[in-house]
Design a protein around this ligand. Structure first.
Ligand code: ADP
Ligand code: MG
Length: 438
């Protein structure tokens, strides 16, 4: 586009140059005309001059043949006839000397000559003036022509240099465009190639998708089948595990005995008093944790139990010993843990404990619920709590609305040997907090 614009400008400039040249030609034509006119004028003037000179020469060479005009002669009364006459210039006529006096004729001719000479001088001066003017006009014309020529050359040069500069810029632009084109071409090629490959891909996509979907479906089916078989396998393993655990429990019961008795000795308190008698009241066997020695009135009595916990034994250590029984309870066994001893021996501390140091009850409940939560994916457990007291052979419902109501313990009619208390209040619970609230 730029090249085109520049070309248009160039055409304009060329037109301008053409117009200027035309004008110059016109001026030249006019100049030629005026020169011709001048030449004509000159010619005319020189002809007149020549005529005048000829006349003068002829007048000079024939002083006797005088041409007298009627108006140029005055006749005196003493000479000739009182009438004007004409002297023909043809040689057939002889001058009539008898009519005018010779002095008069000479004087008249002299006068005529003088006036002719004056006229000739005047004409000559006029011719010179004309010539000078002509020369001046010619010089002016030449100057004008030169100035016009220079102006024309200048305009042409200017137009040419401007056109050159513009052409250069256009060429540069063109070169830039060419390089751009050269760099763009490979990019276009790669783009076209990419586009074509993409088009191919898009065309092949539905087929590919179908294929992929088919294989994915097959894979998913296979995976589901695998999961099913894994599940079956897991279930099988779980059942086996369950049986194993039952067997283990039976083994445990068989090995440790159905009823186990532990002894726990609490630390000495202020109420116990001081002194070596108090400190040595209970002693232990370092090699056997199932033996306990009591010193009573100077006599030592030894007891053998399933296990003895010394004063420094922690709540956790005690719980570890009964923990397996809690798990057995989840597997469907009846379990009973109870504490026995005189007041102040530490029953409440061992079973309930403190908030900072909980005992067996709280720890057993925590374990129970965490086990139930762990099996929630496969098993549904329902946990309910009830509390009864047997005091002086009387059974009482501690959660019932009627505390005085007497209840009975009965054998289950299904022959399982289980005992139950009809009418005992039960609360469904979901957490340790629920139980504590009850
Ligand atoms: P009981 O319930 O058998 O009457 P407690 O559990 O109330 O006896 O215990 C009596 C006191 O001895 C309480 O102050 C209790 O904190 C403390 N006590 C009991 N056993 C221990 C122990 N193993 N370690 C520390 N303090 C204990
Ligand atoms: Mg107590």
């Amino acid at each position: 586009r730029e090249a085109e614009e520049t070309r248009a400008k160039l055409a304009e400039l060329e037109l301008e140059v053409q117009q200027k040249t035309n004008r110059l030609a016109e001026v030249e034509l006019r100049l030629k005309d005026s020169l011709a006119e001048r030449a004509e004028e000159e010619e005319r003037l020189s002809r007149r001059l020549r005529d005048s000179q000829e006349t003068i020469a002829s007048l000079k060479s024939q002083p006797q043949q005088i041409k007298v005009s009627t108006t140029g002669l005055s006749i005196s009364p003493g000479w000739g006839r009182p009438f004007g006459c004409c002297f023909p210039s043809t040689p057939q006529y002889t001058p009539i000397s008898g009519c005018f006096s010779p002095q008069y004729i000479i004087k008249t001719v002299e006068q005529q000559l003088q006036s002719s000479q004056k006229t000739a001088a005047q004409l000559r001066a006029q011719i010179m003036m004309y010539e000078a003017e002509l020369e001046r006009a010619h010089g002016q014309m030449l100057e004008e022509m030169q100035a016009m020529e220079e102006e024309k050359n200048r305009a042409i040069e200017e137009a040419f240099s401007r056109a050159q500069v513009e052409m250069k810029a256009v060429h540069e632009n063109l070169a830039g465009v060419r390089t751009n084109l050269r760099t763009l071409q490979p990019a276009l090629r790669t783009l076209t190639h990419d586009y074509n490959s993409l088009k191919r891909q898009v065309r092949d996509f539905p087929l590919l998708l179908q294929e992929t979907l088919r294989s994915a479906r097959a894979e998913i089916g296979q995976a589901i089948e695998e999961v099913h078989s894994t599940n079956r396998e897991l279930l099988r393993k779980y059942r086996r595990e369950l049986q194993l655990r039952k067997k283990c429990h039976n083994e445990l019961v068989r090995l440790k005995g159905n009823i186990r008795v532990f002894g726990r000795v609490r630390p000495i308190t202020k109420e116990d008093g001081e002194g070596p008698e108090v400190a040595n009241a209970v002693t232990f066997d370092a090699d056997n944790d199932a033996v306990l020695h009591l010193l009573h009135k100077g006599k030592q009595v030894s007891f053998e139990l399933d296990k003895v916990f010394p004063p420094q034994a922690s709540q956790e250590e005690v719980f570890q010993e009964v923990q397996a029984l809690v798990t057995s309870c989840i597997d469907g066994y009846n379990v009973c843990i109870f504490a026995y001893g005189q007041t102040g021996a530490g029953k409440t501390y061992t079973m309930e404990g403190t908030a900072a140091n909980p005992g067996i009850n709280q720890r057993a409940l925590q374990l129970l619920f965490s086990e139930v939560r762990g099996k929630a994916a496969d098993w549904d457990y329902t946990i309910s709590v009830s509390a009864a007291e047997i005091y002086n052979e009387t059974l009482r419902d501690l959660l019932g609305k009627e505390p005085q109501e007497k209840l009975e313990i009965k054998l289950c009619p299904d022959g399982s040997g289980q005992l139950y208390v009809p009418g005992l209040t039960e609360f469904r619970v979901q957490s340790v907090e629920d139980i504590n609230k009850v």
